[in-house]
Design a binder for this molecule. Sequence first.
Ligand code: WT7
Length: 570
Amino acid sequence: MKVEVYEALNDNYNLANYDDAVKNHNWEDIEKNFSWSETGKINMAYECIDRHVDNGKGDKIALHYKDQNRQDSYSFKDMQIASNKAANVLKNKANVKKGDRVFVFMPRTPELYFSLLGTLKIGAIVGPLFEAFMEKAVKDRLENSEAKVIITTNDLVGRIPKDELPNLEHIVVVDDEVSDEYIDFNKEFEKADEKFDIEWLDKEDGLILHYTSGSTGQPKGVLHVQEAMVVHYISGKYVLDFKEDDVYWCTADPGWVTGTSYGIFSPWLNGVTNCIVGGRFSPEGWYEFIQTYGVTIWYTAPTALRMLMGAGDDVVSKYDLSSLRHVLSVGEPLNPEVIKWAHKVFNHRVHDTWWMTETGGHMIVNYPSMDIRAGSMGKPLPGIEAAIVDDQGKELPPNRMGNLALKKGWPSMMRTVWNNQPKYESYFINDEWYVSGDSAYKDEDGYYWFQGRVDDVIMTAGERVGPFEVESKLVEHPAVAEAGVIGKPDPVRGEIIKAFIALREGYEESDELKEEIRKFVKEGLAGHAAPREIDFKDKLPKTRSGKIMRRVLKAWELDLPAGDLSTLED
Ligand code: WT7
């Protein structure tokens, strides 16, 4: 397949020379950016907020917040006071102590961020929950983590089965009218002291617990520790290219790791102005936000970009997006077609980044100073040793598909799976390689190419086919909005390729269209990669971070149970 290359535009980036940075890398040098490298006293909330106030940046805007009903901006000083007050409420009214698990289960409002930072100031471990979770998903997570406190709203509080959760001592509600059974956040916040003595921690103390679903079993509680900030900080500098005057917008919800590592920690560790947009997605709303606030760095996801693409080019032309200087994506394969479209309409290269909940931060990325090979995830973060290994942990040569693995021991690596150490250990081969569960290959120049989850790779008539390649091709067809591809067992070919397709507005399902799409892949990619079967669907099953859930497609097809669906969108 021909690879489109998008050249780097200038060398005025924080990481101008990748090869030198890799050669000279040393984690201890990066730690020297923080006073804890000398004092040994660490607290993420201090490093994100208070440190900037202490360094004379108290008046700088830390947060621009906007939703349908509310629009506010907060300086670092404002954030310091608000997080102190929240910490006092949680400590004095809800008895939160160092090491306790405190969950935030609410829409993206400033109070979510105040209470998350307040929790961290007490030295407690924060567990963010996505607001779309229903009772079962909430219960599984609070139960597994033995959570002590949850902060929520009147709309969501009914989904917390308190009677079945013996460890849950308090429910804090952020709302106008709060029932006496709960702690009234706004009322207590109003009265709370503006000063708070931060709990100083060790760099291996707990920071955040993110639950993530595997293909089997219960969701896993991935624990990250304070030291993760080293990766959050340096990837912010190198990959997001944070500079003093940037206005940064990460579109992810903090219920997912992107919304915390890169929606909270990374920008604020770098002292950058951060943006949070609450409420629902709308193309006009998004473009207008960029225009109004002069967003310079925009971190989003392929699904969002595909939705914007679906909304059409005309919408883009109504807005002035000239403030943008750097655009990035994460969470699922970034189709070359999307890069091409974004390049045309925004005049920006979209920089793909690869990582996962377990890695805590960026691992393989497209640096701004690097040429982009459309379809490639880029190269490892300096200090990260990546490789393609076989199932025994032996490194494979270039262009061979295998397990994408990372050499154990970077600062933001998960430290355990909560209450499930065997699961944690099962991620590693020979106690040396962390195995991601993704398959990929590395080309001669060291660029990594995503192929699929290990269990999604299709073997058809002796040929290995990565579903992503087929899906990318399918979405290039003008009728196709989204596509998910699976291997369907076949007595002759081992597996055949089956595609599930959601059509764009204005296209009708028909056998002719199926045939045309099949031919399009056959001619555009490879005969053996063309789906032998196609089903049209109104909508494809996706996680909130936008990944098409192929295992759900597979379950539809084979009439199997679909497994844990708690991360399914809607
Ligand atoms: C899985 C991790 C951490 C961001 C949110 C997702 C897939 C992630 C990419 C990418 C292709 C990607 C992988 C990975 N993924 N980024 N740039 N290209 N696939 O975090 O929910 O923990 O999922 O998302 O399959 O293993 P997550």
